[in-house]
Design a protein around this ligand. Structure first.
Ligand code: HEC
Length: 87
C-alpha cells in the first residue's frame, strides 16, 4: 500500500468516528441541554427505568426547577423511551 493511500485511509477512519460521535451528541442533545445543568447526565444514563418511572422522575425534576416546553418534553421522553427503557 502506498503511503498516500494509508494516510487517506486513516483520515476516513478518523472522520467516521468523529461523525459518529457527533451524531450521538445530536441524539442526546435535548437531554444534554436541559438535564445537565443541575447534575451530570451520567446519572440519567446509568439506570434503565419503565415509562411510568421516567414520567414520575421528570415530573420530580420539574418540581425541582426543570423548565421544558411541551415540545421539548416530548423529545426528552422519546429519547428516554428509545434508549433507556427497562424492559
Ligand atoms: C433544576 C435542577 C434539575 C434539572 C434541570 C434536572 N434535574 Fe434531575 N435531579 C435534580 C436534583 C436536585 C436531583 C437529586 C435528587 C435526589 O437525589 O433526590 C436530581 C436527580 C436526578 C436523577 C437521579 C434520581 C435517582 O433516584 O437516582 C435522575 C435520573 C435525574 N435527576 C434525571 C433528570 C432528567 C432526565 C432531567 C431532564 C429532563 C433532569 N434530571 C433535570 C435536579 C434537576
Amino acid at each position: 500500500m502506498s503511503r498516500c493511500r494509508l494516510v487517506s485511509f486513516c483520515l476516513v477512519f478518523v472522520s467516521f468516528f468523529t461523525f459518529a460521535g457527533c451524531a450521538d451528541y445530536e441524539r442526546n442533545k435535548v437531554i444534554e441541554e436541559h438535564c445537565g445543568s443541575c447534575h451530570s447526565t451520567d446519572r440519567i444514563y446509568e439506570k434503565k427505568r419503565t415509562k411510568a418511572e421516567w414520567k414520575k422522575l421528570v415530573h420530580g425534576m420539574k418540581i425541582r426547577g426543570l423548565k421544558l416546553t411541551k415540545e421539548e418534553e416530548k423529545r426528552v421522553f422519546e429519547e428516554l423511551f428509545q434508549n433507556y427503557l427497562k424492559k
